[in-house]
Design a protein around this ligand. Sequence first.
Ligand code: SF4
Ligand code: SF4
Length: 435
Amino acid sequence: MSDAEQASDFDPTTTVDEFEPVDVFPSSEDMDLRPGADNCYKCTSCDTSCPVAEVDESFPGPKFQGPEQWRLKRGEDVDIDDSILSCSNCMRCDDACPSSVPLSQMHNTARGEYVEEHMDKLSREYLRNRMLSNYRTLASIGSKVPRLANFVMGLGITSVLGEKIMGIPSERDVPEFATETFRQWFKKRGGSKVTNPDKQVAYFHGCYSNYNTVEVGKAMVRVFEEFGYEVLVPKQQCSGTPMFANGMLKDARREAEVNVRELGKAIDNGADVIASCTSCSMALRQEYPELFDIEGIEDLSEHTYEAMEFLRIHEDLEGTIRESEVDPQAFAYHAPCHARNQGLDRQAVELFRELDGAQIEDVGDSCSGISGTYGWKSEKYETSMKIGAEMFDHMEHAEGDVGMTECPTCAMQMNHGTGYEIRHPLELLEEAVAN
Ligand code: SF4
Ligand code: SF4
């Protein structure tokens, strides 16, 4: 078209209001990530904070996985790069970004798209990842016959077959099932010992506190009752954390729908939701509203707390701890990455510093390396242990020979790398205030 023809097409009566913007990066999703991608100014803070990139040169890092891949994907005919499966979903990059780029939301979305569109659903990798993601289903079967399940899982032949057939590293010890689940225990004792319609909390116990580390859930109940709370234990599914990390977004949504609905009923009756696992509270607070559009999801996000955080906000937890005492003991404390993202990484250290008899040492800000199901994959085992090496070393140099953390899979890795017994902060709090 000549300049003269273009000039003749120009209509001087068209106002700015009638201008139709061109959608350079068309988005089919309801939750548009474009503003987040545009916020990236390539400072690389996220890349330098990524524990996987630090030990694995082939991993392109969070900036590529997030804003760069997002732009490439939208601007050209490009598929999601398979390196997205090497991101462990530790979410440290979220915390590192000074420009609030929603990196983990981008990673979760890209991983979901990759798994849905490009992964062979009959491949060993897909079947193994699906099984690991749906641990709750396995655990609910195993916990029906816990002694038999523990015996079979403890056999050498089982771990050899697990490695060969499913790609689960034989070096890992499968966690034992409790002989009585947390929910069975809670029901047997007749529910909460406290009745108080004005102080109610709904406990999201997650899978591990229900099937494996039942003592954490019991401690949580006893501590909250000591502070006068009626503890409710609503129906619930997995938080979805392992599903996000494996790109199983349909599974995660199925679980989220139940959790939003059931926990929402307790919220409507005036309760807040508390979790003892920092990855569960992270999922309910951040990942749910970032990834799903379910009625009541924002409400759940706003009413969810990590258990000790809730007591710090609503009770004089510090004062109570200061007046309490426990038998002399020293702990090597590791802050899980997902606690860091919620600003809770110093919480246990600062609180227990005031507790007579307890000595607690922070073993540094490194990642444990297991990241839920990540370290449970043969091809990631070495990376997982390389990442964890700094934490193991710091634990061994700490005064205490008992570890402490809020995350059940970090606890597994801490025990795996050092042989230490690992406890949850709620167990020490129970000893201090509820005995
Ligand atoms: S979530 Fe963790 S592993 Fe994944 S890119 Fe971010 S920092 Fe790296
Ligand atoms: S830290 Fe944020 S702004 Fe900096 S490169 Fe990463 S995503 Fe971009």
